[in-house]
Design a protein around this ligand. Sequence first.
Ligand code: PLP
Length: 377
Amino acid sequence: MAQQHIYLDYNATAPVHPEVIETVARIMARVGNASSVHGPGRNARQDVEAARDAVARLVGAESRNVIFTSGGTEADNLALKGAGDRRLMVSASEHGAVLAPALLHDPGAVILPVDGDGLLDLVALRQALQTAGKPALVSVMLANNETGVIQPVAKIAEIGHAHGALVHCDAVQSAGKIPVDIVALGVDLMSLSAHKIGGPQGVGALVLSGDVEIEAEIVGGGQELGRRSGTENVAGIAGFGKAAEIALARLGDCQKLAASRDEMERRLGEVAPKRRIFGGNVPRLPNTSCVSMPRVRSDTQVMAFDLAGIAISAGSACSSGKVSASHVLEAMGVERDEAMTAIRVSMGWATQPAEIDRFIEVWSDIYQRSGRHADAA
Ligand code: PLP
């Protein structure tokens, strides 16, 4: 029988809720294009609109301001490219889904520094806005996917607006983990992704606030009020809606994960006093820990954990066979050697205390085998 993995990689993608699977399967079994005027089409339209209401409720937005997309990446691209000719300003710790379109779309894009805790440098933001020379769009994530560090987005929005900028917030990792309210945050555009909250992969949303408008990136049949053409992914969107409903109802459960996470970090510190928690001094998502194992490379750890039946992720990126340090840790000023020993542990709705205990046991084993002697040297 195949080994059942202990899954601690929710920030990569979360297990889909059974109720979501049931919703997606039920709708996929039915015919209907949401643009058709006949009965099956009207049923599909109803499913899409019910999901729009649920996603809007999750982030305190108005339903008509929810634009369904193919995921967080498309939502980020749409926000950055659809806001017109603006000076793009993004934090150095953004996801590639924000960094790449910023650099592609605006050759003069400003990459704003973060401090050692991963928090945006607000002085640098003010300076950049003062010297922008044209209207800006500031894009800062609410919580970081690698460290879980939560940015002071309401403050960032206030500063941005005082300088006439539009403010976009990538809330892909925050929704369902901490309360997210587009009005309280004061941002103009917000990206979401279904698969980070127990919904299906390949569906997300760009949410607008008030009367903000964007220019469509994908044009064609005029769906989503002309803001994103293409036949709606009705089953995926309905699954997203169901996941949003569950995420909102169970927000409190996710908050409780912080106690398990903190206890886990404390116990790892007993095993290896030099282990470092990145972003550990500032507010973080309750489910995320980015932790170094002294002297043991993250790719070695990921493989050892995998062999032990535990899925975690490296705090480093591997492309074309070369492992490089994470740009997020690099932006935080972490030395390359230490950054190369970071892993990310991210928990979620199905995580059991016994799974965390097992993780700590395996972490200790790997450290005793590989890191301890070198660490003492
Ligand atoms: N933004 C952040 C912060 C993310 O963590 C991710 C996915 O890891 C994305 C955007 C991209 O979302 P998607 O996988 O839905 O394209």
